[in-house]
Design a protein around this ligand. Structure first.
Ligand code: FE2
Ligand code: FE2
Length: 503
């Protein structure tokens, strides 16, 4: 049995491979846990194993159960996440990190000093909010199981409080982090999650700690102890975000994840290639900024990712950096192509798609930016130089020698950039001022590309193309709107040198 999944077929072999990956990581997780137990002072393992060996086995079973539930959650809710070993490794590396930090800090410093929101923040930013909500529950339960069944000197009350603190701090972090737009705004989240943590710690401490076995109060409440424990809560909240800031770039780089922060940094005018484009090919830079506005409007109209569309548009023509002066938008009065044969001119022009791909890959920027730079002209002919060559020859010309080398757009996003790129140029070229003129120019751009089958390799629909056309008319007539001619006013110079308006 197979099932369509994001353009790929999900087969039994995928199920088997993903289950094996999960089992492998379960074994690694247990190994890390065992090393921590053996090396830490909190466990006199020999005594503990003989007295509470059954508890220890029970903890292993609970951890296995929670990880299997995690597997089935992703199997039914987000199969893409477990379709490759890399994504599964990402999930487990976050959980392993959580286990190590929670054990080291929790059993050596204080239970409440743990970075309880770290898993929630990392999964929210690296994977998504929905999966972060689930993983936050799993992470809180994993540590609860270890606290309760594997570690003898944590009181029951501390176990339950730690569970509630982990869960609530993680959830608050997820709700706030999904709105964060810069890395450092996460620091503020660290301070906000401390509030529920410290309320729970305060309530726990004022009622006294109950011993794990006797049920009697073993630690009497005192002002100093309450303040100290709440201080640990503050530490845990802030540590979550500080650790997040240090660890996130490592995960971004190892797993090549494109987070909202990285995307914003890549599309800032300070980004390395964009800065170069602005300095060396200012015409191309301005064109790319315009295309970015149109791509955002088009992506929003058909439900595609607006941030990705903006990034793809800003980088689509970076290949022009190789020969910026050979592109109209960067030329002054002198046209370098006047000295070249049409064949050579076409070669230079079409090479910018491939050059863009190579440049983006060389800079280790996200793959989709490189793909869209390569695909944004598809296999369209370069009409100007084809027509110029036709005038200069009596013989037959092969139009493929004057066409982009493709591939055609492979995604809706690439199709959006193709349409926006050509529409921006077309509307500017015909100097369209009214919505009707702009609509005519954009319709011609889309129809020409449909006639030449440029959308045959991506899943864009007629309904999408109509929505994009309407969004572009709206956006472009907003930019090149008709300006009112203001009446000219003649000024006369007054005696004291100031200007006065003629009546
Ligand atoms: Fe281009
Ligand atoms: Fe372009």
């Amino acid at each position: 049995m197979t099932e369509k999944m994001l353009g790929k077929e999900w087969t039994r072999s995928h199920t088997l491979k993903s289950a094996l990956w999960f089992l492998l990581h379960f074994a690694i997780f247990l190994l890390i846990g065992a090393v921590l137990l053996l090396s830490n002072k909190f466990s006199q393992l020999g005594e503990f194993m003989s007295a509470q060996g059954a508890n220890y086995l029970y903890a292993i079973f609970c951890v296995f159960l929670l990880l299997m539930i995690t597997y089935f959650y992703f199997f039914f809710e987000d199969r893409e996440m477990i379709s490759g070993g890399k994504n599964i490794a990402l999930l487990f590396m976050v959980l392993d990190l959580h286990l190590v930090l929670s054990c080291l800090i929790g059993y050596n410093i204080a239970i409440y000093a743990r970075p309880v929101a770290l898993v929630a923040l990392l999964i929210c930013i690296l994977v998504g909010r929905k999966d972060a909500i689930f993983m936050n529950i799993i992470a809180a339960l994993l540590i609860f199981v270890i606290d309760t069944f594997a570690v003898p000197d944590v009181s029951n009350k501390e176990c339950y409080s730690s569970l509630i603190i982990s869960f609530s701090a993680g959830m608050i972090a997820i709700f706030l982090a999904s709105k964060a737009r810069t890395r450092f705004s996460i620091v503020a989240i660290g301070l906000l999650i401390v509030i529920p943590m410290d309320i729970i710690i305060f309530l726990l401490e004022v009622t006294g700690l109950i011993g794990p076995e006797t049920g009697a109060i073993t630690v009497e409440p005192s002002f100093q102890r309450i303040v100290t424990q709440m201080g640990y809560g503050l530490f845990g909240g802030v540590a979550s975000t500080i650790l997040f800031l240090f660890v996130l770039p490592v995960f971004e780089s190892i797993f090549n994840r494109l987070t909202v922060f990285r995307l914003r940094e890549l599309t800032s005018s300070d980004a390395k290639i964009l800065k170069k484009l602005k300095a060396e090919a200012p015409g191309t830079y301005n064109h790319s900024v315009m295309v970015a506005q149109l791509a955002e409007a088009s992506a929003a109209a058909i439900g595609e990712n607006v941030d990705y569309a903006r990034a793809a548009a800003l980088y689509h023509d970076v290949g022009k950096l190789h020969y910026p002066e050979h592109f109209t938008e960067n030329q002054g009065d002198y046209n370098l192509h006047d000295e070249l044969t049409p064949e050579l001119s076409a070669d230079i022009i079409r090479s910018h798609a491939k050059d863009g791909y190579t440049l983006i890959r060389a800079q280790h920027l996200p793959e989709f930016l490189a793909d869209i730079a390569l695909e944004h002209h598809g296999t369209m002919p370069i009409r100007y130089f084809y027509a110029k060559a036709l005038k200069m020859t009596d013989g037959e010309l092969n139009i493929e020698d004057f066409s982009y080398m493709g591939p055609k757009p492979q995604s809706k996003l690439a199709a959006i950039i193709m349409i926006c790129d050509a529409s921006e140029a077309a509307v500017r070229a015909v100097n369209a001022r009214s919505p009707e003129e702009a609509e005519k120019a954009i319709r011609a751009v889309i129809e020409e590309r449909m006639d030449l089958e440029q959308f045959s390799e991506c899943d864009i629909t007629m309904a999408d193309l109509t929505k994009i056309r309407l969004a572009l008319v709206n956006a472009l007539t907003g930019v090149y709107h008709h300006r009112i001619k203001y009446p000219s006013i003649k000024y006369r110079r007054t005696e004291n040198g100031t200007k006065g308006e003629n009546q």
